[in-house]
Write a new protein. Structure first.
Length: 290
């Protein structure tokens, strides 16, 4: 029987670069949430060796990538490593999220692969082993395993519960220009930031946006220098009626706006219909997943 998993986008509401390890990896401090924008990964049993089919708006973007290098297939191999399992079946990835866009689409797909194949192959892998595999796949993969709001630190492998979040809406906009994460880190010239502090909970979206406004995404400024379109998108989001906060996620180029509700975010998206620049953008409006 076919199985499926939803791979939600990852959004960094804050992202502070707090240091750098001796091996060159930067140390991060981030409040991460998951909106309802997502890819879908399905598994169809078969007796053939495991394969991957790409569909969806951004499927062709990944089509040129060698299957062995795809995070989905790498995750499958690591999950099966040392286990008595035949790596068979057909994976179908409906790629709805833009690629290399700062919202962890590939990481979310890799995490969905671990969850999905662990069920399909009946491996009953421990949470600890799944976390170790996720850490080997990439910095954002561990937080994408649970797809729950979290405080992420270290190089992404250290996770703690997030504050209790209020109901709110979010608009996501990607201008269509890929941004290199290593290039953004190299372009960062500011001093290291302190780790953020948060209350145990926020009473409403306005209070949360006010507190988040005193914090930053330390990669936003260098990303804007590399890709000026990000600054344009941020300005447009900030001007939308009801927008409480406008910020870039991850290393870019996707930007988000916070609203009091999903309905307010969708209404703001409708207002973008008259903006000529928006015709080529990827835009999503909805709510957060808790």
């Amino acid at each position: 029987m076919s199985l499926s998993e939803t791979a939600h986008a990852k959004i960094n509401l804050t992202l502070h670069v707090t240091g750098r390890r001796a091996d060159g990896y930067h140390i991060l401090d981030s409040l991460v949430v998951f909106p309802d924008a997502a890819d879908t990964l399905s598994y169809v049993p078969s007796g053939s060796p495991l394969s991957l089919e790409l569909t969806g708006r951004f499927g062709q973007t990944l089509a040129g990538e060698a299957s062995d290098d795809n995070l989905v297939m790498r995750g499958a191999r690591l999950l099966a490593d040392g286990r008595d399992v035949e790596q068979t079946g057909r994976l179908i990835l409906e790629k709805n999220l833009p690629v290399a866009s700062g919202i962890g689409g590939g990481s979310a797909d890799a995490a969905a692969t671990l969850r999905l194949l662990d069920r399909a192959w009946e491996l009953n892998t421990s949470t600890e082993r799944l976390h170790r595999i996720a850490t080997r796949l990439g910095a954002d993969v561990p937080v994408c395993l649970a797809q729950k709001p979290a405080l992420m630190s270290g190089i992404g492998e250290q996770l703690a519960p997030a504050p209790t979040l209020p109901q709110c809406g979010m608009i996501l906009i990607n201008c269509g220009e890929p941004v290199s994460t290593p290039a953004v880190f190299r372009a960062r010239t500011s001093a290291f930031s302190s780790a953020a502090t948060f209350p145990a909970a926020w009473p409403d979206a306005r209070a949360m946006a006010t507190d988040l406004g005193h914090l930053t995404n330390d990669l936003e400024a260098p990303a804007c220098e590399i890709c000026p379109a990000i600054r344009t998108v941020l300005t447009i989001i900030a001007a939308l009626p009801g927008c409480l906060l406008s910020r870039m996620s991850g290393s870019g180029a996707t930007c988000f706006g916070l609203f009091v509700s999903a309905e307010a975010a969708r209404a703001a998206k409708d207002r973008l219909g008259s903006n000529p620049a928006a015709e080529s953008w990827w835009i999503h409006a909805g709510s957060l997943s808790f």
